[in-house]
Design a protein around this ligand. Structure first.
Ligand code: ATP
Length: 235
C-alpha cells in the first residue's frame, strides 16, 4: 500500500536537509514544485514536509484534521525520492511555532546536518510576527522563494533588515552575518499559480481541481468529501 512507503518516523540522519513547513490543507503542485526546486538548487539529500499541528496564523479559520492533511502529504511524497513527511509537530500541544520545531529538528538530526528552511516570500515578510523570530536564523539557513512583484533583493531596506547583522554577499548570493550560523538565500523559481485556498474554493464551487494537486490527492479529497465536495460513492 502506498502509505507504507512513507514512514513519518524515519531516521532523520544528516546531510543537507530541506524543511518545508505549512498547513498543507491540502498539499498541492506548488508545494511539490518548490520542494523540488530547492532540492535541486542546493543538491539536498532530502526535503522533509512538516505539517503544522495547529497553524499559529490560521487559528480563526477552520483547518482540516491533522490526520487528513498528513495522509494527503504521505500520498504526495510517495512518488518523489528524497521527499519525506514528519508528524513531529503533532507531538506538541498548542500552536505549532517554527522556533520549537527547529529546536526539535536540531535534536533529532545528526550534528553535522545542515538545515535549509524553505519559505515563500509572502510568509517570510510576516516573520517579525513569529515567536522568537530573531533566533530562527541561528538554527537554520533560510531559503526564501521569491515571486513576481515581491523580491527579497539585496537592498538594505529588505525585510532581512529585521535580523541584525546581515548584509548581502554577492559571491554566495545570500544574506550572511558573521555572528549568525544561518544564511538567508533568496531564490527565484517558475511561478506555479496554485494555493490551498484556490483548491478549497474551486471544490466548494464544484469546479475541477485537475492538475492543481496530484491525482492521488484528488482521489483522496473526493473519497472523503473534503472542502465541501461530495464523498465519492465508490469509496
Ligand atoms: P493557503 O492558501 O491555505 O494559505 P498555501 O497554498 O499558501 O495555503 P501553505 O501550506 O500555507 O500553503 O504553505 C506552505 C509553504 O509553501 C509556505 O512557505 C508558502 O509560502 C509555500 N507555498 C505555497 N504555495 C506555493 C506556491 N504556489 N509556490 C511557491 N511557494 C508556495
Amino acid at each position: 500500500m502506498v502509505m507504507d512507503k512513507c514512514e513519518t518516523e524515519f531516521s532523520f540522519g544528516g546531510g543537507l536537509v530541506g524543511i518545508l513547513g505549512g498547513t498543507f490543507d491540502p498539499v498541492h503542485q506548488g508545494h511539490l514544485a518548490v520542494a523540488a526546486r530547492v532540492k535541486d538548487y542546493f543538491s539536498l539529500d532530502s526535503v522533509i514536509f512538516v505539517p503544522a499541528w495547529m497553524p499559529p496564523h490560521k487559528q480563526e479559520a477552520p483547518v482540516s484534521s491533522f490526520a487528513h492533511r498528513l495522509a494527503m502529504l504521505k500520498l504526495a511524497v510517495a512518488a518523489c525520492p528524497g521527499f519525506k513527511v514528519s508528524s513531529l509537530e503533532a507531538e506538541r500541544s498548542g500552536p505549532s511555532y517554527t522556533i520549537d520545531t527547529l529546536v526539535e529538528l536540531k535534536n533529532r538530526l545528526a550534528d553535522q546536518a545542515r538545515i535549509y528552511f524553505i519559505i515563500g516570500i509572502d510568509a517570510f515578510v510576516e516573520i517579525p510576527s513569529w515567536k522568537q523570530y530573531q533566533r530562527l536564523p541561528d538554527l537554520a539557513n533560510f531559503v526564501v522563494i521569491e515571486r513576481e512583484g515581491l523580491k527579497l533583493g539585496d537592498d538594505p531596506g529588505s525585510v532581512v533588515a529585521n535580523f541584525s547583522g546581515y548584509s548581502f554577499d554577492r559571491e554566495s548570493k545570500a544574506w550572511v552575518a558573521l555572528d549568525r550560523k544561518g544564511r538567508i538565500y533568496p531564490l527565484a523559481m517558475e511561478p506555479v499559480n496554485v494555493s490551498s485556498t484556490m483548491v478549497r474554493q474551486r471544490i466548494g464551487e464544484g469546479k475541477s481541481i485537475f492538475g492543481l494537486v496530484p491525482g492521488d490527492i484528488e482521489d483522496y479529497i473526493a473519497r472523503h468529501g473534503l472542502y465541501g465536495g461530495f464523498a465519492s460513492l465508490i469509496s
